[in-house]
Design a protein around this ligand. Sequence first.
Ligand code: PGA
Length: 248
Amino acid sequence: MALRKFFVGGNWKMNGNKESLGELISTLNTASLHDETEVVCAAPSIYLDFARSNLDPRISVAAQNSYKVAKGAFTGEISPAMIRDCGADWVLLGHSERRHVFGESDELIGQKVAHALENDLGVIACIGEKLDEREAGTTEEVVYAQTQVIAENVKDWGNVVLAYEPVWAIGTGKTATPEQAQEVHEKLRAWLRANVSDDVADSVRIIYGGSVTGANCRELASQGDVDGFLVGGASLKPEFVDIINARA
Ligand code: PGA
């Protein structure tokens, strides 16, 4: 099996200010971080420059969203070119809050993925089922359909990380069990094997998100197909260091 570097993303969402994020950044900069883990912090767009200027270079910076074209009359949007100009290397796309709070469609998310990759940003592409979909037994159907649209817009999977985030687990304190996470990750890898290639299935990091904490990260990280995490609430706290070091 190809070696997949453990990947931990912190999604700060719309939280913090220069003072509190500055304190968090100092904690991360001075912490002992497992060097076999790739670490990315997704800052609010207005703080991308601040995050990039202050975070240690071993920690990458991501935007939390980007638009599908480079520039123009799109008030309030930011482009991959601008994100790169601020020194950030990654973008989160398809996050459940973008899908379900802001009504972004699969089609739009696919277009954003294609444009971000064309502009050399790494993409953390998020997918995941809602509670009613899990209860109706349609989890696979939902995540395969979301992954299909992403796959149609990816030429080179080398710059893509797939984040499985069950919506019912995000910000709820209700983490998927290690078995539930592993089951979906394993199926997603099999989907990539059947629909993309063996190479991509073996090499793409599939990370888990949804109420990951310092207390539950090690057991989740011990699952064979869990290649890291996307962390919301706990990424704003010192315990984020423990999550980064979950495999250390
Ligand atoms: P949470 O958020 O860790 O607060 O559940 C995860 C996410 O939205 O990426």
